[in-house]
Design a protein around this ligand. Structure first.
Ligand SMILES: [Zn+2]
Length: 245
């Protein structure tokens, strides 16, 4: 039996508390973290892991669903502290995670900066600064995983290309547990399954096609990075979502 643990991490931003859900997968040989939170997340992750009798120094792999700051913010610090940890991501996301290319979120923020109302310009600049400050990892420190790969850990982890929110975004399907770790392909808001906020989706058509694709999977539980666990009639909820496109 595989173990799946959500690690709720709270981040304080603009007087708001944001809760995100990195997920931990465990089998006899591997301890795999999926996405790793904001830059200040290391002690928070360790604290959550301690609660279930684990700690960050046991980590063997990190899978990054995409290069947004709240998903890879703590990556460099973890890699520096625990160099043996292997980092896995899609081929498209890799150059952003290693800093070979500028973050797409930063490019997007720069593009909309001019159009922001005067009252929001300073906030826009701060957001840009924050994104630019996210530390990257080395080019030789990431391993590529591809759509359709079944990673031979935790009973088999299928990599699903769920582009849209970002072009190389992946979700992970745990066949044995019939559980999808959706990253930002889906979010839970007010107990409803939704798409990520449209302003954060870089290609809406792709994002919709990705959700359509998820209908082919036997999913009983979805773990969303924003909103956490969703397990009430997943197929019906996905169909409803699709019918509103
Ligand atoms: Zn994101």
């Amino acid at each position: 039996m595989n173990n799946i643990f959500m690690l709720p991490i709270t981040f304080h931003l603009d007087k708001m508390d944001i809760i995100i859900y990195p997920t931990l997968l465990k089998d006899d040989n591997e301890l795999i973290l999926i996405d790793c939170g904001y830059p200040d997340s290391v002690p928070k992750l360790d604290k959550e892991m301690n609660k279930i009798g684990l700690s960050l120094n046991q980590l063997t792999k990190i899978i990054i669903t995409h290069h947004d700051h709240d998903h890879m913010g703590a990556l460099r610090e973890i890699k520096e502290s625990y160099p043996a940890v292997e980092i896995l991501c899609s081929k498209i996301e890799a150059p952003y995670i290693t800093g070979q290319r500028d973050s797409l979120r930063l490019q997007q923020a720069k593009e909309i900066q001019e159009k922001l109302p005067e009252s929001e310009k300073e906030g826009g600049m701060q957001f840009q600064k924050f994104i630019a400050s996210i530390q990257k990892v080395g080019i030789d420190e990431v391993s590529i995983i591809n759509n359709g790969d079944i990673l031979p850990f935790c009973g088999g982890i299928e990599v699903i290309d769920t582009k849209g929110h970002m072009p190389g975004h992946i979700s992970l399907y745990l066949k044995e547990a019939k559980t999808l770790i959706a990253g930002d392909a889906l979010v839970v808001e007010n107990e409803e399954l939704c798409m990520a906020m449209p302003q954060f989706i870089l290609n809406v058509q792709d994002a919709q096609d990705s959700i359509l694709k998820l209908l082919n999977y036997d999913i009983e539980k979805i773990i969303c990075y924003h909103g956490g666990l969703y397990n009430s009639d997943v197929k019906k909820s996905l169909k409803e979502l699709v019918s509103n496109f």
